[in-house]
Write a protein that binds this ligand. Structure first.
Ligand SMILES: [Zn+2]
Length: 125
């Protein structure tokens, strides 16, 4: 069994069905988790596919320097449920770069278009 990078359960029952397009993420939080896992796995295609077209970059390059993602903590969600059209997810993501642990704190905004959740943008602080 492979632990899911997002930390919630095993990969096959967590983010993998979203990454291999056999399921759509039902909520903003599950999309957020699957995007974090995609960063860990350096799955640029999935990240671009789940990025809202108004804010999606043309391509995504992973940094040359090794950033090692350690852990995701979901702090708070606002809307983003199966019946919502918009949602916000506040999270902490921990990573190690050059031997030092860093914390990224972000509030991400998500929007549902034709039944699919997309990442719109995020505010760092
Ligand atoms: Zn997961």
């Amino acid at each position: 069994m492979q632990i899911c990078p997002c930390g919630s359960s095993n990969y096959a029952n967590c983010c993998e069905p979203f990454h291999n397009a056999s399921q759509l993420a039902p909520t903003a939080e599950t999309l957020m988790r699957s995007r974090y896992s995609a960063y860990v796995l350096q799955n640029a295609d999935y990240l671009l596919e789940t990025w809202h077209k108004t804010t999606r970059p043309k391509q995504l390059d992973f940094p040359q320097e090794t950033v090692s993602w350690q852990k995701l903590e979901i702090l708070h969600t606002k809307k983003g449920g199966a019946k919502d059209e918009k949602g916000r997810v506040e999270f902490n993501a921990f990573y190690v770069e050059k031997g030092e642990t860093h914390l990224m704190h972000e509030v991400s905004r998500f929007k549902k278009v034709a039944g699919r959740w997309f990442y719109v943008d995020g505010v760092l602080d």
